[in-house]
Design a protein around this ligand. Sequence first.
Ligand code: HEM
Length: 160
Amino acid sequence: MENNVLIFIHLMSAAIAVGSLAYCLLFFLPAMEKLPEEKTKEEHRVAYKALEVLAPTVLAAVLMLIGTGIYYLLTNYTRQVDLAPGYYNLFGVKMVFVIITLFLSVYHTFTLRARIANLDLSPENREMVPATLQKMKTFGQMILATLTGAVFLGIWLARF
Ligand code: HEM
């Protein structure tokens, strides 16, 4: 039962992270870019708001994945025997994807997002907004790619 709950949270976090990145970067923002140019302040524009919410959402989901993954291993360590040869090789490759995803997501949230946060308090950062949003989109795509790799390896691992 406990394992089912842990894997359920693990999978839901993966679904939220991949789903929100895919929806925002592949469908929502390209559709919004086709609308007439917005005349409001930078911090009230659609792309700014969308990416401002996306970055911490993905980071929270990645942290949840790491937390539930480690907890799952800790509570099942006595069962982690007689595994097929190569299980831990695959696990190691998955961890490489996870670590890259974590670093990218931390940079996305705490460097890129923070650079253009609170524009009312730091109006001098306003001119950095277009370039930073573009960089956030690129980093979001990179996170989507590494996260998808980790999901694929996770599924493979569970059936190895
Ligand atoms: C980006 C982060 C991660 C993603 C996207 C991810 C994704 C997945 C997925 C999709 C599964 C398959 C579940 C199933 O089909 O039943 C899985 C299983 C699993 N994950 Fe993760 N995971 C991540 C991080 C971690 C971490 C950090 C750990 C541990 C340190 C971990 C440990 C496990 C374990 C032990 C399983 C079950 C494998 C088995 O049944 O043999 N995961 N993961």
